[in-house]
Design a protein around this ligand. Sequence first.
Ligand code: NAP
Length: 332
Amino acid sequence: MPKVLISGASGFIAGHCILEMLSHGYEVRGTLRDSARGEAIKAILADYTDRIDALEFVSADLMNEASWVEAARGCDSILHVASPVPVVQPEDEDDVIVPAKTGTINVLKAATASGIKRVVLTSSVAAVTSGSRDSGTFTDQDWTDLSRNDLSPYVKSKTVAERAAWEYAKQHDLELVAINPALVLGPALEADYGSSLEALYLLMRGSYPILPKLGFEIVDVRDVAILHRLVLETPEAAGNRYMCANGFRWFVDIAKTIKTEHPRLKIPTQEMPNLVAKIAGVFLKEIKQFLPDLGRVKAIDNSPALAIGWQPRDADIAIRDGAQSLIDLKVV
Ligand code: NAP
């Protein structure tokens, strides 16, 4: 069976990618920064697959070029998912930009060295939606403008890394495909649930009494994983970016969806005036990074993904199943 290398195997999205690839007959090699975590992660994933023996782990760090050459040897393709995803943005933006970019180039160089033709890069709508327009519908033609002075380190890191990947692919005749997910929700596989379910966690814990008028395009993590497989298996996907989202929701809508399912939880459903949010952003780094998007609808055109057979579930399912998983895993 073809063997696929999946970077960042300890992560939320990569875990679902591993399960998706195993369920379609692939051999999977996952990379971990800390290989001591391999057995524990295997034990978690074993609950969701009967092909756990087709999964192996190797050690690799984004900043260590040699580790990727070793990891890629004998693989047929790569899903490069790993990248720093900080909940709170670092003081020094290079803490995320450098590993994101260097790691991506290291992975692509390893693909070239191993004769691997196709690499799927997990980019983000962060690399798409902060360009010359601040609202509207964004497509694969849109790029975040790195000359803007309101970009968070994470947004810059995803933009710089994806740009570098396309440049490398052009020079080295590599079949690169980028997937640009919006906010990824859906079920966590383990209690150490990663960064993107943090928004649900904070809502469900009632951490904020009222909610900023922020909205996000949402996608279910299981559909993100399916799209990774689809673009790997679709010859004409090479060279394309696939926007990966399926519905815009305001924060308050997300809260109401969870509240309907779990009325006993003290979930806020009141919206904060934008002025108050701006003041809160001065004190709270978690809010500050989102201030440029206050009150803005940034919709995503997912039609290229639909055209290759992607059938994403509704955003409300991603919200509901993500929330339920945090309860089942006793996180909330
Ligand atoms: P996650 O759960 O935090 O996973 C990130 C993964 O990257 C972890 O496995 C982490 O390994 C690994 N990583 C970070 N720095 C590394 C380094 N220096 N060397 C090796 N591995 C490193 O986040 P996620 O939500 O699954 O995100 C996965 C990818 O999807 C990222 O590229 C992210 O930008 C992208 N994405 C996510 C969302 C979202 O809403 N979640 C939306 C759009 C795009 P450790 O466990 O060792 O830290």
